[in-house]
Ligand binder design. Structure first.
Ligand SMILES: [Zn+2]
Length: 424
Protein backbone atom coordinates (compact mmCIF):
# COMPACT_ATOMS: atom_id res chain seq x y z
CA UNK A 1 0.00 0.00 0.00
CA UNK A 2 2.83 2.36 0.88
CA UNK A 3 4.41 1.79 -2.54
CA UNK A 4 1.08 2.14 -4.38
CA UNK A 5 0.29 5.41 -2.56
CA UNK A 6 3.77 6.78 -3.15
CA UNK A 7 3.45 6.15 -6.91
CA UNK A 8 -0.08 7.58 -6.94
CA UNK A 9 1.14 10.80 -5.31
CA UNK A 10 3.91 11.05 -7.93
CA UNK A 11 1.24 11.33 -10.64
CA UNK A 12 0.48 15.07 -10.59
CA UNK A 13 -3.32 15.31 -10.79
CA UNK A 14 -3.64 18.95 -9.71
CA UNK A 15 -7.14 20.07 -10.69
CA UNK A 16 -7.35 22.12 -12.83
CA UNK A 17 -6.38 20.63 -15.26
CA UNK A 18 -6.64 17.23 -13.51
CA UNK A 19 -4.97 14.76 -15.91
CA UNK A 20 -6.43 11.92 -13.83
CA UNK A 21 -6.00 9.32 -16.60
CA UNK A 22 -2.42 8.54 -15.55
CA UNK A 23 -3.65 7.82 -11.99
CA UNK A 24 -6.54 5.69 -13.30
CA UNK A 25 -4.11 3.65 -15.43
CA UNK A 26 -1.72 3.10 -12.52
CA UNK A 27 -4.60 1.81 -10.37
CA UNK A 28 -5.94 -0.30 -13.24
CA UNK A 29 -2.57 -2.03 -13.66
CA UNK A 30 -2.41 -2.78 -9.93
CA UNK A 31 -6.00 -4.09 -9.77
CA UNK A 32 -5.77 -6.16 -12.97
CA UNK A 33 -2.64 -7.85 -11.63
CA UNK A 34 -4.79 -8.83 -8.63
CA UNK A 35 -7.51 -10.35 -10.80
CA UNK A 36 -10.11 -7.56 -10.98
CA UNK A 37 -12.16 -6.56 -14.03
CA UNK A 38 -11.38 -2.91 -14.84
CA UNK A 39 -12.91 -0.32 -17.13
CA UNK A 40 -11.97 3.30 -17.86
CA UNK A 41 -14.71 5.85 -18.58
CA UNK A 42 -13.67 9.28 -19.85
CA UNK A 43 -15.57 12.30 -21.09
CA UNK A 44 -12.25 13.59 -22.44
CA UNK A 45 -9.24 11.24 -22.89
CA UNK A 46 -7.01 12.87 -20.25
CA UNK A 47 -9.61 12.77 -17.45
CA UNK A 48 -10.54 9.11 -17.04
CA UNK A 49 -12.53 7.51 -14.22
CA UNK A 50 -11.66 3.93 -13.28
CA UNK A 51 -14.30 1.40 -12.22
CA UNK A 52 -13.29 -2.11 -11.13
CA UNK A 53 -15.43 -4.85 -9.64
CA UNK A 54 -15.73 -8.30 -8.15
CA UNK A 55 -19.03 -9.48 -9.63
CA UNK A 56 -21.65 -10.67 -7.17
CA UNK A 57 -23.09 -14.18 -6.91
CA UNK A 58 -26.65 -13.00 -7.45
CA UNK A 59 -29.25 -10.54 -6.28
CA UNK A 60 -27.61 -9.42 -3.02
CA UNK A 61 -26.68 -5.84 -2.12
CA UNK A 62 -23.80 -4.11 -3.92
CA UNK A 63 -21.15 -1.99 -2.19
CA UNK A 64 -18.92 0.71 -3.68
CA UNK A 65 -15.54 1.90 -2.37
CA UNK A 66 -15.52 5.48 -3.71
CA UNK A 67 -12.59 7.86 -4.04
CA UNK A 68 -11.35 10.74 -6.19
CA UNK A 69 -7.90 10.94 -7.76
CA UNK A 70 -7.62 14.69 -8.37
CA UNK A 71 -5.91 16.97 -5.86
CA UNK A 72 -5.69 20.70 -5.16
CA UNK A 73 -2.74 22.96 -6.02
CA UNK A 74 0.48 22.63 -3.99
CA UNK A 75 3.10 25.38 -3.75
CA UNK A 76 6.52 23.62 -3.39
CA UNK A 77 7.95 26.71 -1.63
CA UNK A 78 5.73 25.97 1.41
CA UNK A 79 6.64 22.29 1.67
CA UNK A 80 9.48 20.49 3.52
CA UNK A 81 9.59 17.85 0.74
CA UNK A 82 8.56 18.21 -2.93
CA UNK A 83 4.74 17.82 -2.87
CA UNK A 84 4.68 15.23 -5.66
CA UNK A 85 7.64 13.18 -4.39
CA UNK A 86 5.58 10.57 -2.52
CA UNK A 87 8.32 10.48 0.11
CA UNK A 88 8.08 7.44 2.39
CA UNK A 89 9.47 7.86 5.92
CA UNK A 90 9.59 5.20 8.61
CA UNK A 91 5.87 5.45 9.37
CA UNK A 92 4.31 8.02 7.03
CA UNK A 93 3.76 8.77 3.34
CA UNK A 94 4.15 12.43 2.39
CA UNK A 95 2.72 14.39 -0.53
CA UNK A 96 -0.25 16.24 -1.98
CA UNK A 97 -3.31 14.01 -1.69
CA UNK A 98 -1.99 11.78 1.12
CA UNK A 99 -5.11 12.69 3.17
CA UNK A 100 -7.44 14.12 0.49
CA UNK A 101 -7.69 11.49 -0.74
CA UNK A 102 -5.13 9.34 -2.49
CA UNK A 103 -4.36 7.55 0.78
CA UNK A 104 -8.00 6.46 1.04
CA UNK A 105 -7.99 5.54 -2.69
CA UNK A 106 -4.88 3.35 -2.20
CA UNK A 107 -6.57 1.70 0.81
CA UNK A 108 -9.70 1.08 -1.33
CA UNK A 109 -7.51 -0.58 -3.98
CA UNK A 110 -5.57 -2.69 -1.47
CA UNK A 111 -8.78 -3.79 0.29
CA UNK A 112 -10.58 -4.92 -2.85
CA UNK A 113 -7.40 -6.52 -4.27
CA UNK A 114 -6.87 -8.53 -1.08
CA UNK A 115 -10.50 -9.72 -1.19
CA UNK A 116 -10.09 -10.72 -4.86
CA UNK A 117 -6.93 -12.71 -4.08
CA UNK A 118 -8.77 -14.53 -1.28
CA UNK A 119 -11.53 -15.52 -3.70
CA UNK A 120 -14.17 -13.39 -1.91
CA UNK A 121 -17.57 -13.97 -3.53
CA UNK A 122 -19.84 -11.04 -2.61
CA UNK A 123 -23.63 -11.35 -2.69
CA UNK A 124 -23.91 -8.33 -4.99
CA UNK A 125 -21.09 -6.57 -6.85
CA UNK A 126 -18.21 -5.18 -4.82
CA UNK A 127 -17.15 -2.09 -6.78
CA UNK A 128 -14.09 0.19 -6.71
CA UNK A 129 -14.26 3.64 -8.32
CA UNK A 130 -11.45 6.17 -8.63
CA UNK A 131 -13.08 9.26 -10.09
CA UNK A 132 -11.87 12.52 -11.61
CA UNK A 133 -12.75 16.11 -10.85
CA UNK A 134 -14.12 16.14 -7.32
CA UNK A 135 -12.23 19.27 -6.27
CA UNK A 136 -13.60 21.52 -9.03
CA UNK A 137 -16.75 19.68 -10.10
CA UNK A 138 -16.98 20.51 -13.82
CA UNK A 139 -18.83 17.24 -14.57
CA UNK A 140 -15.90 15.02 -15.62
CA UNK A 141 -16.17 12.73 -12.59
CA UNK A 142 -18.91 11.02 -10.60
CA UNK A 143 -21.76 13.32 -11.68
CA UNK A 144 -20.91 12.48 -15.32
CA UNK A 145 -20.61 8.74 -14.59
CA UNK A 146 -24.01 8.73 -12.85
CA UNK A 147 -25.72 10.34 -15.84
CA UNK A 148 -23.77 8.76 -18.75
CA UNK A 149 -22.75 5.31 -17.40
CA UNK A 150 -25.23 4.59 -14.61
CA UNK A 151 -24.89 0.81 -14.97
CA UNK A 152 -21.16 1.04 -14.26
CA UNK A 153 -21.57 2.83 -10.96
CA UNK A 154 -25.07 2.01 -9.63
CA UNK A 155 -24.80 0.61 -6.10
CA UNK A 156 -26.90 0.03 -2.99
CA UNK A 157 -24.22 1.13 -0.50
CA UNK A 158 -21.12 3.30 -0.76
CA UNK A 159 -18.22 4.29 1.49
CA UNK A 160 -16.74 7.71 0.71
CA UNK A 161 -14.58 10.41 2.33
CA UNK A 162 -15.96 13.00 4.76
CA UNK A 163 -15.96 11.16 8.13
CA UNK A 164 -14.02 8.76 10.31
CA UNK A 165 -12.72 11.35 12.77
CA UNK A 166 -12.41 10.15 16.34
CA UNK A 167 -14.24 12.39 18.79
CA UNK A 168 -13.32 12.29 22.49
CA UNK A 169 -15.90 13.83 24.82
CA UNK A 170 -14.98 13.67 28.49
CA UNK A 171 -13.04 10.48 27.87
CA UNK A 172 -15.90 8.77 25.98
CA UNK A 173 -15.04 7.59 22.44
CA UNK A 174 -17.23 8.49 19.46
CA UNK A 175 -16.55 8.21 15.73
CA UNK A 176 -18.00 10.66 13.23
CA UNK A 177 -19.89 9.35 10.18
CA UNK A 178 -21.02 11.79 7.47
CA UNK A 179 -24.50 10.58 6.51
CA UNK A 180 -26.13 13.71 5.08
CA UNK A 181 -25.23 17.12 3.76
CA UNK A 182 -26.74 20.58 3.73
CA UNK A 183 -28.18 22.08 0.54
CA UNK A 184 -26.10 24.94 -0.85
CA UNK A 185 -28.75 27.39 -2.05
CA UNK A 186 -27.14 30.76 -2.82
CA UNK A 187 -29.25 33.77 -3.74
CA UNK A 188 -28.91 37.28 -5.14
CA UNK A 189 -30.58 40.38 -3.80
CA UNK A 190 -30.73 43.34 -6.21
CA UNK A 191 -31.52 46.78 -4.87
CA UNK A 192 -32.44 49.57 -7.29
CA UNK A 193 -31.96 53.31 -6.89
CA UNK A 194 -31.26 56.29 -9.15
CA UNK A 195 -27.78 57.22 -10.36
CA UNK A 196 -26.33 60.68 -10.06
CA UNK A 197 -23.08 62.59 -9.62
CA UNK A 198 -21.40 61.66 -6.36
CA UNK A 199 -20.65 65.32 -5.65
CA UNK A 200 -24.39 65.93 -5.15
CA UNK A 201 -25.68 62.84 -3.28
CA UNK A 202 -28.92 64.60 -2.37
CA UNK A 203 -30.32 64.46 -5.90
CA UNK A 204 -29.65 60.69 -6.36
CA UNK A 205 -30.95 57.53 -4.64
CA UNK A 206 -27.92 55.43 -3.63
CA UNK A 207 -28.61 51.69 -4.10
CA UNK A 208 -25.45 50.72 -2.15
CA UNK A 209 -26.54 52.59 0.97
CA UNK A 210 -29.95 50.92 0.88
CA UNK A 211 -28.37 47.48 0.29
CA UNK A 212 -26.13 47.97 3.34
CA UNK A 213 -29.24 47.95 5.54
CA UNK A 214 -30.35 44.65 4.01
CA UNK A 215 -26.89 43.14 4.60
CA UNK A 216 -27.15 44.05 8.27
CA UNK A 217 -30.58 42.47 8.56
CA UNK A 218 -29.31 39.21 7.03
CA UNK A 219 -26.30 39.16 9.36
CA UNK A 220 -28.44 39.85 12.44
CA UNK A 221 -30.98 37.09 11.70
CA UNK A 222 -31.08 34.24 14.24
CA UNK A 223 -33.11 31.32 12.86
CA UNK A 224 -35.25 29.11 15.09
CA UNK A 225 -33.20 25.96 15.86
CA UNK A 226 -34.71 22.61 14.91
CA UNK A 227 -33.44 19.12 15.52
CA UNK A 228 -32.87 16.96 12.47
CA UNK A 229 -32.76 13.17 12.73
CA UNK A 230 -28.93 13.02 12.55
CA UNK A 231 -28.57 15.62 15.30
CA UNK A 232 -31.11 13.75 17.45
CA UNK A 233 -29.11 10.50 17.20
CA UNK A 234 -25.90 12.44 17.91
CA UNK A 235 -27.37 14.15 21.00
CA UNK A 236 -28.90 10.97 22.41
CA UNK A 237 -25.51 9.24 22.09
CA UNK A 238 -23.73 12.16 23.70
CA UNK A 239 -26.15 13.37 26.39
CA UNK A 240 -28.31 10.30 26.89
CA UNK A 241 -31.40 12.44 26.19
CA UNK A 242 -32.81 15.03 23.81
CA UNK A 243 -32.85 18.62 25.12
CA UNK A 244 -35.31 21.22 23.74
CA UNK A 245 -34.00 22.74 20.45
CA UNK A 246 -33.24 26.09 22.10
CA UNK A 247 -30.99 24.46 24.73
CA UNK A 248 -28.98 22.20 22.41
CA UNK A 249 -25.93 24.41 21.88
CA UNK A 250 -25.60 25.31 25.57
CA UNK A 251 -26.00 21.67 26.66
CA UNK A 252 -23.47 20.51 24.07
CA UNK A 253 -21.03 23.22 25.22
CA UNK A 254 -21.30 21.97 28.81
CA UNK A 255 -19.86 18.66 27.62
CA UNK A 256 -17.40 19.94 25.01
CA UNK A 257 -16.83 23.24 23.18
CA UNK A 258 -15.81 21.52 19.93
CA UNK A 259 -19.04 19.53 19.86
CA UNK A 260 -21.09 22.73 20.27
CA UNK A 261 -19.25 24.28 17.29
CA UNK A 262 -19.87 21.15 15.23
CA UNK A 263 -23.60 21.04 16.00
CA UNK A 264 -24.58 24.72 15.79
CA UNK A 265 -24.71 25.03 11.95
CA UNK A 266 -26.66 21.75 11.76
CA UNK A 267 -29.64 23.18 13.67
CA UNK A 268 -30.86 25.71 11.11
CA UNK A 269 -30.25 27.26 7.71
CA UNK A 270 -27.29 29.65 7.59
CA UNK A 271 -27.13 32.94 5.64
CA UNK A 272 -23.75 34.53 4.95
CA UNK A 273 -23.56 37.59 2.66
CA UNK A 274 -20.24 37.13 0.83
CA UNK A 275 -20.20 39.35 -2.29
CA UNK A 276 -21.42 42.83 -3.17
CA UNK A 277 -21.17 44.92 -6.32
CA UNK A 278 -22.36 48.42 -7.09
CA UNK A 279 -20.90 51.38 -8.98
CA UNK A 280 -17.80 50.81 -11.14
CA UNK A 281 -16.85 54.48 -10.84
CA UNK A 282 -16.01 56.40 -7.71
CA UNK A 283 -17.88 59.52 -8.75
CA UNK A 284 -21.09 57.82 -9.90
CA UNK A 285 -23.78 56.97 -7.35
CA UNK A 286 -24.96 53.43 -8.17
CA UNK A 287 -28.48 52.86 -9.46
CA UNK A 288 -28.06 49.13 -8.80
CA UNK A 289 -26.43 47.13 -6.02
CA UNK A 290 -26.22 43.33 -6.01
CA UNK A 291 -25.58 41.19 -2.91
CA UNK A 292 -24.75 37.48 -3.12
CA UNK A 293 -25.65 35.41 -0.07
CA UNK A 294 -24.18 31.95 0.62
CA UNK A 295 -27.15 30.11 2.06
CA UNK A 296 -27.07 26.52 3.39
CA UNK A 297 -30.36 24.77 4.05
CA UNK A 298 -31.00 21.67 6.11
CA UNK A 299 -31.45 18.43 4.15
CA UNK A 300 -35.07 18.25 3.00
CA UNK A 301 -35.60 22.04 2.97
CA UNK A 302 -36.12 23.67 -0.44
CA UNK A 303 -35.38 27.18 -1.74
CA UNK A 304 -39.13 27.63 -2.36
CA UNK A 305 -39.81 26.93 1.32
CA UNK A 306 -37.13 29.30 2.53
CA UNK A 307 -37.99 32.20 0.19
CA UNK A 308 -40.73 33.62 2.47
CA UNK A 309 -38.27 33.44 5.37
CA UNK A 310 -35.72 35.45 3.37
CA UNK A 311 -38.37 38.02 2.42
CA UNK A 312 -39.33 38.27 6.09
CA UNK A 313 -35.70 39.02 6.98
CA UNK A 314 -35.34 41.67 4.26
CA UNK A 315 -38.52 43.51 5.23
CA UNK A 316 -40.83 45.58 3.07
CA UNK A 317 -39.50 49.13 3.35
CA UNK A 318 -36.67 48.75 0.78
CA UNK A 319 -37.71 47.37 -2.65
CA UNK A 320 -35.50 44.58 -4.02
CA UNK A 321 -35.46 41.64 -6.45
CA UNK A 322 -34.66 38.20 -5.04
CA UNK A 323 -33.27 35.39 -7.20
CA UNK A 324 -32.18 31.94 -6.01
CA UNK A 325 -29.18 30.56 -7.97
CA UNK A 326 -28.46 26.88 -8.73
CA UNK A 327 -28.87 24.76 -5.58
CA UNK A 328 -26.70 21.71 -4.97
CA UNK A 329 -26.62 18.87 -2.44
CA UNK A 330 -29.04 18.46 0.44
CA UNK A 331 -29.31 14.67 0.38
CA UNK A 332 -29.24 12.23 3.31
CA UNK A 333 -28.98 8.49 3.82
CA UNK A 334 -30.97 6.44 6.29
CA UNK A 335 -29.27 5.32 9.52
CA UNK A 336 -31.16 2.03 9.77
CA UNK A 337 -29.04 0.12 7.29
CA UNK A 338 -26.60 -2.79 7.16
CA UNK A 339 -23.81 -0.28 6.43
CA UNK A 340 -24.59 1.59 9.68
CA UNK A 341 -24.54 -1.73 11.54
CA UNK A 342 -21.17 -2.43 9.91
CA UNK A 343 -19.80 0.88 11.22
CA UNK A 344 -21.21 0.10 14.69
CA UNK A 345 -19.65 -3.36 14.86
CA UNK A 346 -16.32 -2.03 13.53
CA UNK A 347 -15.96 0.76 16.10
CA UNK A 348 -17.15 -1.54 18.93
CA UNK A 349 -14.36 -3.97 18.03
CA UNK A 350 -11.85 -1.13 17.64
CA UNK A 351 -12.61 0.44 21.00
CA UNK A 352 -14.87 -1.05 23.66
CA UNK A 353 -17.88 1.22 24.29
CA UNK A 354 -17.25 3.39 21.22
CA UNK A 355 -20.28 4.67 19.32
CA UNK A 356 -20.60 6.02 15.79
CA UNK A 357 -22.40 9.39 15.58
CA UNK A 358 -23.95 10.77 12.37
CA UNK A 359 -23.26 14.30 11.19
CA UNK A 360 -24.66 16.48 8.42
CA UNK A 361 -21.78 17.85 6.31
CA UNK A 362 -21.98 21.63 6.03
CA UNK A 363 -20.26 21.32 2.60
CA UNK A 364 -20.70 19.18 -0.50
CA UNK A 365 -19.31 15.70 -1.28
CA UNK A 366 -19.56 13.25 -4.19
CA UNK A 367 -21.88 11.10 -2.01
CA UNK A 368 -24.64 13.46 -3.15
CA UNK A 369 -24.52 12.21 -6.77
CA UNK A 370 -25.03 8.58 -5.74
CA UNK A 371 -27.87 9.38 -3.34
CA UNK A 372 -29.58 11.53 -5.96
CA UNK A 373 -29.14 9.13 -8.92
CA UNK A 374 -29.74 5.74 -7.30
CA UNK A 375 -30.93 6.31 -3.73
CA UNK A 376 -27.61 4.83 -2.60
CA UNK A 377 -26.91 4.70 1.13
CA UNK A 378 -23.61 6.63 1.07
CA UNK A 379 -21.59 7.41 4.20
CA UNK A 380 -18.34 9.31 4.60
CA UNK A 381 -16.30 7.07 6.89
CA UNK A 382 -12.57 6.34 6.79
CA UNK A 383 -11.37 5.92 10.38
CA UNK A 384 -7.99 7.16 11.62
CA UNK A 385 -6.44 7.37 15.08
CA UNK A 386 -2.67 7.82 14.83
CA UNK A 387 -3.03 11.30 13.37
CA UNK A 388 -5.11 13.68 15.48
CA UNK A 389 -8.17 15.39 13.93
CA UNK A 390 -6.60 18.77 14.77
CA UNK A 391 -3.45 17.98 12.78
CA UNK A 392 -5.37 16.41 9.87
CA UNK A 393 -7.52 19.55 9.58
CA UNK A 394 -4.45 21.78 9.23
CA UNK A 395 -2.79 19.54 6.58
CA UNK A 396 -5.71 19.00 4.16
CA UNK A 397 -5.38 21.36 1.16
CA UNK A 398 -2.25 22.71 2.88
CA UNK A 399 1.54 22.17 3.02
CA UNK A 400 3.28 19.00 4.29
CA UNK A 401 0.17 16.84 3.82
CA UNK A 402 1.02 13.31 4.99
CA UNK A 403 -0.63 10.17 6.28
CA UNK A 404 0.51 7.60 8.87
CA UNK A 405 0.79 4.10 7.37
CA UNK A 406 -0.94 2.71 10.49
CA UNK A 407 -4.03 4.81 9.68
CA UNK A 408 -4.11 3.42 6.14
CA UNK A 409 -3.93 -0.09 7.60
CA UNK A 410 -6.86 0.74 9.88
CA UNK A 411 -8.75 1.99 6.79
CA UNK A 412 -8.12 -1.28 4.95
CA UNK A 413 -9.39 -3.23 8.00
CA UNK A 414 -12.58 -1.14 7.97
CA UNK A 415 -13.19 -1.58 4.22
CA UNK A 416 -12.68 -5.36 4.43
CA UNK A 417 -15.03 -5.47 7.43
CA UNK A 418 -17.66 -3.46 5.50
CA UNK A 419 -17.43 -5.79 2.48
CA UNK A 420 -17.95 -8.91 4.61
CA UNK A 421 -20.71 -7.31 6.72
CA UNK A 422 -22.72 -5.75 3.87
CA UNK A 423 -22.29 -8.20 0.99
CA UNK A 424 -20.58 -11.26 2.44
ZN1 LIG B 1 -11.58 14.98 -1.17
Amino acid sequence: MTDLLSRLIQVDTTNPPGNETAAAELLRDYLQTNGLQCELYARVPERANLVARISGRGEGPSLLFLGHTDVVLADPAEWSVPPFSGTVTQDEVWGRGALDMKGHVAANAVAIASLAREGFEPAGDLIFAATADEEVGDDFGLSWLCSEHPDAIRCDYAVNEGGGDPLRVGGDPYWIVATAEKLTAPFNVRVHGRSGHASMPGIADNALVKAARLVERIAAYRPEPQIQLEVEVFLRALLGELPPPGDVVARARERDATVAELIEPLLAPTFAPTMISASRKRNVIPALCEIVVDCRLLPGQTPAEIEPVVRGILGTDIPYDLEFLKAEGGTRSSLETPLWSAVESFVAELEPGALPVPVICAGFTDSHWLREAFGTVAYGFFPYRTMTPELAATLIHSADERVPVSDLELGVDWLRHAAHAVCG
